[in-house]
Design a protein around this ligand. Structure first.
Ligand code: TLP
Length: 342
């Protein structure tokens, strides 16, 4: 089975499993897990921030950050297809009692002008706008990379008006590899940044939030409140440390595979795809003129051993990762071509 549904599907490699098995552990709720502490120091250092917090999931990381920056009744600005809005089960409203102002982006990326226009004036009629959330890379935007200058401009105009800024950097390291900009440079303009260990980095579980000492102390308390205080979590943190040591630069292979996949798909007459838009490990493509629904196409592809996600009426998403080789990409396009009648 060639699984292109997401980079979340990777399984730990034998070496990663060995690192996990050998991890020194303690009770992290007491702050006594040496491997979690090592991962947190490492992440803070790598992203150029004072402190870090290991959390179970990317969703929890985002939602803790929304909670830490807002009060009930506040408004948060985000792009309308952002993960924090679209795929987190309504948790910003349920857990932080905030409303979200959804802006239209270009492949998920906002411009500073639209952020400025969305910030509410001080007036009792309006909710206080207190936070802007950006996403790097942008998932629904097809793995689009925010240019550093755009993020700097948005966070500057937001900061000037008293807003905090959070970066959902679930795929931050894909952006680092694709752009050559360091993780610390991308993180610098934000008050909080989260990144996932369990996507392209290939760890089985976990995300990390980085920020100041004070804010991380508040986030640690909120993590407990949200039920995310783990005990001998060093076994999981060891996988994260291994991933940071061994799986960052190799992401270039995933990006090359994604680009190659798009170029191959372009040869299939029933497929519309723009390979120039493939910047990282996500490929969005459309099947045109088929009698079958996207759901039916997903099922037929599954029957021939290719797993993909349908993400719209005609649209599919394929994600390359550690467990997909260039030979798998050749096979996948061959099978897709056959299914779509080439
Ligand atoms: N994204 C998943 C699905 O939830 C859609 C995927 O398969 O791409 N931020 C971003 C930008 C994400 O893409 C994801 C996961 C998360 C946060 C949440 O991470 P987890 O799944 O660890 O909670």
């Amino acid at each position: 089975m060639i699984d292109l549904r997401s980079d979340t599907v990777t399984r730990p490699t034998p070496n990663m499993r060995a690192a996990m098995a050998q991890a020194r552990v303690g009770d992290d709720v007491y702050g006594e897990d040496p491997t979690v502490n090592a991962l947190e120091s490492r992440a803070a250092h790598l992203l150029g921030k004072e402190a870090a917090l290991f959390v179970p999931t990317g969703v929890m990381a985002n939602q803790l950050c929304i909670r830490v920056h807002t009060r009930p009744g506040d408004e948060v600005i985000a792009e309308k297809t952002a993960h924090v809005i679209r795929y987190e089960g309504g948790s910003a409203s349920a857990l932080s009692q905030v409303q979200v102002c959804c802006l239209e982006g270009d492949r998920g990326l906002l411009a500073a002008k639209s952020v400025v226009e969305a910030i509410r004036p001080h007036d009792i009629h309006y909710p206080p706008t207190t936070l802007v959330c950006l996403e790097q890379t942008h998932n629904v935007g097809g793995g689009a990379v925010y240019p550093l200058s755009t993020m700097q401009e948005i966070t500057r105009v937001a900061g000037d008006r008293g807003l905090a800024s959070h970066l959902d950097g679930a795929r931050l390291f894909n952006a680092v590899v694709a752009s050559g900009v360091s993780a610390a440079a991308f993180a610098q303009p934000f008050d909080t940044v989260s990144f996932c260990l369990s996507k392209g980095l290939g760890a089985p579980v976990g995300s990390v939030i980085v920020s100041t000492h004070d804010r991380v102390a508040r986030l640690r308390r909120l993590r407990k409140m949200f039920g995310g205080g783990m005990r001998q979590a060093g076994i999981l943190a060891a996988a994260g440390l291994y991933a940071l040591d061994h799986h960052i630069t190799r992401m270039q292979e995933d990006h090359d595979n994604a680009k190659h996949f798009a170029l191959q798909l372009q040869q299939i007459p029933a497929v519309y795809v723009d390979p120039d838009l493939v910047e990282t490990n996500i490929v969005l493509f459309e099947v045109v003129g088929s009698d079958r629904s996207t759901g039916e196409i997903v099922q037929v592809l599954k029957d021939v051993g290719v797993l993909l996600n349908a993400v719209g009426e005609h649209r599919f998403r394929a994600v390359t990762h550690l467990d997909v080789s260039s030979a798998d990409i050749e096979q996948a396009t061959h099978r897709i071509g056959k299914v779509l009648g080439v």
